[in-house]
Design a binder for this molecule. Structure first.
Ligand SMILES: [Zn+2]
Length: 222
């Protein structure tokens, strides 16, 4: 019980994945990135400090994003259109915009909460194709064609990360009423893509694995 709490708390902190249902994978991820962890007490509350492998953490997050993309491709993402089919909810409409049926593809690409993110990143000449493919074609095209407007980062990395973070932004909005601005969404996607690019470069250059120290206190609900 204590270990479970600890694993979930550490990973919630270091990878900000409080919405993920993949607890099993999360618990496998933890030992691969963490070097040390200590617990202290501040004003009667437990406080944790962990040192993690920076490169492994960055590439582990890319791996998590790829797992989500696989789930999306295999219709394994739970949205309102699917829970209606299970008789658990009555309204299949998008919980963010209420404009359309909430399929996973609507949430990730077409929802007005998501499309501005893509419109900023996809090259103008590719926009028509980007919005005219079905889900599987769309995933294959984005994983094989350079659709983006960034010259210094690989489009497929930005694509996978954007898909994953858009899902997280949607969950934060409907579950916690957090409405992240387009600017912040853009920044988070770009920062994570840069982090992954830099981790790859450090590994290619045989640079010494850097450590990153993170500290946190469990919140009330923990
Ligand atoms: Zn929507």
């Amino acid at each position: 019980m204590h270990v479970q709490f600890f694993h979930n708390t550490v990973l919630t902190c270091i990878s900000n994945e409080s919405d993920s249902p993949l607890t099993k994978q999360r618990n496998e991820f933890l030992p691969s990135v963490m070097k040390t962890a200590t617990q202290t007490t501040i004003e009667g509350s437990p406080s944790w400090t962990a040192t993690v492998h920076r490169n492994r953490l960055s590439l582990g997050r890319l791996q998590r994003a790829k797992v989500f993309l696989w789930q999306l491709a295999h219709n394994a993402v739970l949205t309102a259109s699917r829970t209606v089919g299970w008789g658990r909810e009555n309204n299949p409409n998008c919980m963010s915009c209420d404009n359309d049926i909430e399929t996973p593809f609507h949430v990730i690409r077409d929802c007005p909460m998501s499309s501005p993110v893509w419109n900023c990143r996809v090259k103008l000449q590719n926009i028509g194709m980007f919005y005219n493919l079905d889900l599987k074609e769309w995933i294959i095209a984005n994983m094989t064609v350079d659709m983006g407007s960034d010259d210094d980062m690989e489009w497929k990395d930005i694509f996978v990360i954007a898909v994953w973070l858009i899902w997280k932004f949607r969950n934060e909005y409907i579950h916690s009423n957090i409405n992240t601005s387009l600017r912040i969404k853009e920044m988070k996607i770009k920062n994570l893509a840069r982090e992954i690019r830099d981790a790859r470069r450090r590994i290619e250059n045989n640079q010494h694995e850097e450590s990153l120290t993170v500290s946190w206190q469990p919140t009330q609900k923990d």
